[in-house]
Ligand binder design. Structure first.
Ligand code: SF4
Length: 89
């Protein structure tokens, strides 16, 4: 499919550190995940993001498209919403 001028640039994905990891690390399995398990999983995912060469692009994409789930650019969905509402930087 051809990208339009309005479509976000996603070429950065080719350089994503998370390509080496299962998606479940960034999105979880289902709602049965216990809070402590979730925090541990999210911390592991954030450590991967901290090494990622395209972290800034990834976060910008998630904020622009209002991604509702998962770790993007090192932030959880709750952290991204808080950032968009000016509660954190
Ligand atoms: S910042 Fe994290 S979620 Fe985004 S591309 Fe990099 S490793 Fe993947």
């Amino acid at each position: 499919m051809r990208e339009t001028a309005l479509a976000p640039d996603t070429a950065w994905r080719e350089h994503a550190a998370c390509l080496e990891y299962p998606a479940v690390l960034f999105f979880g399995l289902d709602d049965s995940e216990a809070p402590a398990e979730r925090r541990g999983r999210e911390d592991r995912a954030k450590r991967v993001c901290s090494t990622c060469a395209v972290r800034r692009e990834c976060l910008e994409y998630a904020l622009t498209t209002k991604e509702p789930y998962g770790i993007w650019g090192g932030l959880t969905e709750v952290e991204r919403r808080a950032r968009q509402h000016g509660r954190i930087n």
